[in-house]
Design a protein around this ligand. Structure first.
Ligand SMILES: *Cc1c(COP(=O)(O)O)cnc(C)c1O
Length: 445
């Protein structure tokens, strides 16, 4: 493919999304290993190869024309589709019980693909304020320059979403298990508000992963992942994914012209009419990904596919270790409070039991009695915990959000996001639990 075609050429959408396995057909452990992948047909290679190629040879001129006209599914150019990335896309759709997925270079890129596909300049959306700090900055600052306005609300009272609705609001965005404070949102009433308003509910499911929570089963329409975290799982590879439930009616009241009106860049093709329940994914891929280019690399897709194969066993251990560490801290004389929904004294414990029966994740926060200074000392005194800005690694990680991930926010925003000056965030890894306790004990001492 010439990167500068004379006229806008419709790229290939890649392989047609396979139907998701019927509910109950395979367990999540099986899907994590097998979904989307089969032995490579030419050599029989059992593992998904890294298709380290930018482009794909056409069978003949007619085949090329069909690909460009979106009349057949296949590969043209790896900015749009790549066979290794396609395996990950199908696996993500299967794990979330969605219809189709598109991967991106990072979680933030996946968020951009979703909102570019949804919004026109002048449009608005509502988001929970309890978000990953980078998302608050992306929504509040950079999106504003594209003409998109985000209204942030306190999600602990779902009515706040209702109150913030305007006729221009086109989506509600939440993290159900929220970063960094380990809080859990009451999803059902938020789903009801989005349904009533006729707008999609988007769930960033990074912290929970589909092992702990499956947003589509509760009524979410779009799911976002930073695969950088628990999915790739070893701190090796950036990546993101956007998964579509296939159930949202984009044509209900004409409020989503990007989906229902002819696209001039595709000779008047209408995405919802042509591709139906995977039309949103097609549009995100063939317009947003094509024109802005944040594609996932085949090598990162390979590392992420490999990581996902052990996701269920890793998440079980992450949750078990997090519970042990949270209880230890909760009983420690120097610790003021622990915010982990897995603890019985957490105000979110009942919501966690309802929505996250397999566990409340392994990222949570706590505060030290002697506040800010003690927090800084702790972060510097640990040996086994790594002081860095990531979560979802096999290694245990520690961070002071106020001076790092949430630094760009105002004091007020930091408080609202659960990242005040005394707050320490842990991402509990897979080490021997006693070793983690011993490290924290010596560092707190
Ligand atoms: C890390 C993260 C993101 C952003 O993902 P990147 O892969 O870093 O771009 C978004 N949401 C949550 C909850 C995250 O943890």
């Amino acid at each position: 493919m010439n990167d500068k075609p004379k006229k806008a050429l419709p790229p290939s959408p890649g392989p047609s999304p396979a139907p998701s396995p019927a509910p109950g057909e395979y367990g999540i452990e099986t899907l994590a290993i097998h979904a989307g992948a089969s032995p490579e047909p030419v050599t029989g290679a059992r593992n998904t190869p890294i298709y380290q190629t930018t482009s794909y040879v056409f069978e003949d001129v007619e085949h090329a024309a069909d690909l460009f006209n979106l009349q057949t599914f296949g590969f043209i150019y790896s900015r749009l589709t790549n066979p290794t990335v396609a395996v990950l896309e199908e696996r993500m759709a299967a794990l979330e019980g969605g219809r189709a997925a598109v991967c991106a270079a990072s979680g933030h890129a996946a968020q951009f693909l979703a909102f570019f596909t949804l919004l026109e300049p002048g449009d608005e959306f509502i988001s929970s304020i309890n978000l990953y700090g980078g998302s608050i900055t992306q929504f509040g600052h950079s999106f504003k320059r594209l003409g998109w306005t985000c209204h942030f609300v306190d999600p602990t009272d779902p009515e706040n979403f209702q109150k913030a609705l305007t006729p221009k609001c086109k989506a509600i965005f939440i993290e159900v298990l929220a970063n960094p404070g380990g809080i859990v949102l009451d999803v059902e009433p938020i789903v009801a508000i989005a349904r009533e308003a006729g707008i999609p509910l988007i769930v960033d499911n990074t912290m929970a992963t589909p092992y702990l929570f499956r947003p589509i089963e509760w009524g979410a329409d779009l799911v976002i992942h930073s695969t950088t975290k628990f999915l790739s799982g070893h701190g090796t590879s950036m990546g993101g994914a956007l998964i579509e439930s296939g159930k949202f009616d984009w044509a209900r009241d004409g409020r989503f012209p990007t989906m229902t009106e002819p696209d001039p860049a595709y000779h008047g093709l209408t995405f919802y009419e042509t591709f139906g329940d995977f039309g949103f994914t097609m549009k995100a891929r063939t317009v947003a990904l094509r024109d802005f280019g944040p594609a996932m690399s085949p090598a990162n897709a390979f590392y992420t596919i490999t990581g996902i194969e052990s996701l269920p066993v890793r998440m079980e251990r992450h949750v078990a270790n997090a519970g042990i560490v949270a209880e230890f801290l909760d009983a420690h004389p120097f610790v003021d409070w622990v915010s982990y929904a897995g603890l019985k004294n957490s105000p979110y414990h009942d919501l966690a039991k309802k929505y996250l029966p397999r566990g409340a994740g392994s990222v949570f926060t706590f505060g030290l009695k002697s506040g800010y200074e003690a927090g800084i000392r702790l972060v510097e005194a640990v040996n086994l915990f790594s002081h860095l800005a990531n979560v979802g690694d096999t290694r245990s990680l520690i961070l002071h959000p106020a001076s790092t991930t949430h630094r760009q926010l105002t004091d007020e925003q930091r408080q609202a996001a659960g990242a005040g000056p005394d707050v320490i965030r842990l991402s509990v890894g897979l080490e021997t639990a006693d070793d983690l306790l011993a490290d924290l004990d010596q560092a707190l001492g």
